[in-house]
Design a protein around this ligand. Structure first.
Ligand code: PHE
Length: 357
């Protein structure tokens, strides 16, 4: 009996898988197994012998059965461990940057700008990129022969002979959305409109297509002071600093009166563009109090309402924040540039979570 015990306990300990274990079970404690055969021998024994051998055989059977069960559990554990090791997946890992597209800095900055103005109560408005010359010019107090039309280097859509639809242009600024949103929702209103605009121009800080964000706030007693505060708050949030020097320059736009252009202090030293230091200024936006004729064109009574508007260059402020010296690179689709300057798809900018990471 001792031989049987040590033989089977060794076999069980050495078994490498469940099938081997099942074979051992059958030959040891199965119906026709070795222990069963021994049980049969009990009949030929004297009662005294039987009294000793019976319980001993039962104990042997129990011991083999529990060794089998323990080994079975150990094998199952090992199999599970092996699966956990080989099928392991770290869901906290970021996606693989090499194979993954990135968010273009223009998209990222548009989101950042939207998050900041949303916090100040501005909602997002939209308008078409191909618009009539009425929305792009006339409604904004730029009549037919106004020099501003020439200054804007406008792309005109082709018109076939006899086509009597109004002339269309690629919008030269986001300001036509001022008119469209006045028409759509009247006063009071607070909107921004980020989007692409077009002008025939090309150098380090100009491309034929670029991006602006228009801002418009109309109410009973909005003033230039509100405009200045909103822009200063915006710049602080956007550049994530307490103070950036802004320069308000008296200027002229047909659609605002008075008007101001705003420059931001920067340096171009060593070919890198840095914001907030140096002796250079980069113009980032035009602004002013909405001209009464513009309110009228949008169907709003200028005797009752007034407001400010601004148009800011998204590409410009993206260059400044992320140190990108040449605007043209934004539109080259160079994958190496996009990998370097792009943003991870899951980093959605919010004021609370952080605008840029
Ligand atoms: N539309 C002007 C431009 O593109 C900017 C601007 C917008 C100025 C709103 C004043 C008010 O240059």
């Amino acid at each position: 009996m001792d031989d049987l015990k040590s033989k089977y306990l060794t076999l069980i300990a050495e078994a490498g898988d469940e099938a081997t274990l099942e074979d051992i079970r059958i030959t040891a404690v199965g119906k026709k197994g070795e222990v069963a055969l021994k049980m049969r021998e009990l009949g030929k024994m004297t009662p005294e012998e039987r009294q000793v051998a019976g319980p001993a055989l039962n104990a042997l059977k129990d011991e083999i059965n529990s060794a089998l069960a323990a080994k079975k559990a150990a094998l199952a554990d090992a199999a599970l461990d092996e699966r956990l090791r080989s099928e392991w997946l770290d869901v906290t890992l970021p996606t693989r940057p090499q194979r993954q597209g990135t968010i273009h800095p223009i998209s990222q900055v548009s989101e950042e700008v939207t998050a900041i103005f949303a916090e100040m109560g501005f909602s997002v408005a939209e308008g078409p990129r191909i618009d009539t010359d009425w929305y792009n010019f006339d409604a904004l107090n730029i009549p037919g022969h106004h020099p501003a039309r020439a200054e804007m280097d406008t792309f005109y859509m082709h018109r076939a002979e006899g086509d009597n639809r109004p002339p269309h242009v690629l919008r030269t600024h986001t300001s036509p959305v001022q008119i469209r949103s006045m028409e759509a929702s009247g006063a009071p209103t607070r909107i921004i409109c980020p989007g692409g605009v077009y002008r025939a121009d090309y150098d380090q800080t100009h491309t034929p297509m670029f991006h602006q964000v228009e801002g418009l706030a109309i109410d009973k007693d909005i003033s230039m002071a509100n405009l200045k505060w909103v822009l200063e708050e915006f710049v602080k949030s956007y550049f994530e600093v307490d103070g950036v020097d802004l320069r308000f320059r008296a200027s002229h736009f047909p659609f605002t009166e008075p008007s101001a252009e705003v420059d931001i202090r920067c340096s171009w030293e060593g070919g890198t563009l840095k914001v907030g230091e140096g002796d250079d200024w980069l113009e980032i936006l035009g602004s002013g109090m909405v001209h009464p004729k513009v309110l009228q064109a949008g169907g709003i009574d200028p005797n009752e309402w007034q407001g400010f508007a601004f148009g800011m260059g998204i590409d410009r402020i993206a260059m400044l924040k992320y140190g990108i010296p040449d605007l043209r690179a934004f539109f080259d689709s160079d994958l190496r540039w996009l990998r370097h300057y792009g943003f991870a798809a899951l980093d959605v900018p919010t004021l609370h979570g952080g605008l840029s990471r």
